[in-house]
Design a protein around this ligand. Sequence first.
Ligand code: GDP
Ligand code: ZN
Length: 331
Amino acid sequence: MAKRDKLTKNQQRQVAKQQTQRLTEKAIQLDELSEPKEGLLISRYGEQADVLDPESKQTFRCYLRQNLGAPVPGDNVSFRIDNQNQGIIEAIFERTSLLERPTRHQGVKPIVANIDHIYIVIAPLPDFSSILLDRYLIAVHNSGIDCTIVANKWDLTNEIESQEIDAFLKVYQNLGYPILKTSTKQETGIDQLASLAKNQRAILVGQSGVGKSSLINQLFPEQQRAVQVVSENSRLGQHTTTSSQLFMFEDSKGFIVDSPGVRDFNISHLEPQSIIEGYIEFQPYLGLCKFRNCQHINEPACEILKAVESQNIERLRWQNYCKIMTDLSQI
Ligand code: GDP
Ligand code: ZN
């Protein structure tokens, strides 16, 4: 015991890893394995993951084969099961997209794979923050994935200055971003969201409190409850609350991922050029400024500044842009 106490954090991690590996090998050698099947990874818990067999609609808890890489929700995988319904993931199929987030150590961590649509959820409560929305839109643009803005808690807009809200949303509508108004309280817009999303492989992002869990709850009441039961009942559940969860539509191949890891879509790892490109309305003016390295903040003969003055670019968007660029240079 005394010796164990002296292990460094690193050594402790190593021991834990070896123990898991031994467990993995033991579990896998126990019984005969089935032929390989193709499945969809719906949630990952450390060295294990839940894989959905799309044919039987059954979910299997699987170990990961050594050197498999890092499978994430949304991954199509090849797996085998034993006669105890325990599985092992043997391969990850090629991905069509991968969302990553920056880690504290300047690296990036994969979060969710094969997504083709991002729903950015905003709400009048906590508040409609245009700078936050811009940050999401920059990250979305950088990912190359299509998006829709979901303006949730629409029931509250009667109480709040609704003209102001309309003006706010108009800015984004004019830029071509689709906007969907929803209320989980009044159950409006939810069917529309479901009929759009059921043919997509989507993810919900948005600041805490805008109603992402409530939307998932309305779209997938049964599955949401199942996740909560797992969280409450199992020790693995401690991870459940912080790991991504994939919710599958019943009669289609579509799904929505709720991922705490991507919810606040950090953009601190992006280059200034990616921020500029994220402001899609700047596009026609880029390369026309007097200075080739113009940052479009206060330089003379800047075409972006001129476009703001002539109201071809919304001042609000440009102000947010300046703030984001200034924050970036202070990191
Ligand atoms: P999340 O942090 O984005 O997952 O947000 P939650 O789903 O936990 O919701 C945060 C709070 O907003 C909860 O108290 C919900 O009941 C409330 N909420 C969610 N959707 C709506 C809505 O459409 N209208 C109103 N008025 N409140 C909502
Ligand atoms: Zn410029």
